[in-house]
Design a protein around this ligand. Sequence first.
Ligand code: IMP
Ligand code: MG
Length: 186
Amino acid sequence: MEASLSIEEGVGEILIGEPELQARIAELGVEISRDYSGRDLLLVGVLKGAVFFMADLMRELTVPCEIDFMAISSYGAGTDSSGVVRILKDLDINISDRHVLVVEDIIDSGLTLSYLMRSLRARKPATVEICALLTKPERREVDVPVAYVGFEIPNRFVIGYGLDFDERYRNLPYVAVLHPDLIPPH
Ligand code: IMP
Ligand code: MG
């Protein structure tokens, strides 16, 4: 049995349980290790949500890998779709000629990653790809090429396994829908 918080605590229906998450991450690990065989990999995590996924994913990799992190600001109060995102913390590592895999928790409109990819490509990495645990295809505003996807989910606000609502719920080991009594930010 999975530990799960009660509805009173804001957690709605569990969309992806812990065993399902971990099984899919193991599959992604096999796939990525195969694709990058013979190459050194640099995982770039987008703070803060990707930390949990990245920690589990990298333990499934059999290729030599390093990690670094970036923090970016959201582009406003949910209505501004200019796609302008501010870098709050940049990479420590120079990525020129490196094989970079950006690890993200969820792709919603795609604006954040689209901006991030432009910034990373300008630094002339050997390759740069995206691995996202979750994607909401219905919400996409800009096209971002995603090489690895854990799960496609419907257009609902989700929490857990790194995903937050007002900075809470990141520690849940599963992905759940935010209870409808709490007003979602979009
Ligand atoms: P995008 O630029 O619209 O693709 O925004 C992606 C970011 O919005 C993610 O990195 C999350 O931080 C946040 N986000 C989008 N959907 C959700 C959700 O359902 N739950 C929690 N955070 C979300
Ligand atoms: Mg995020």
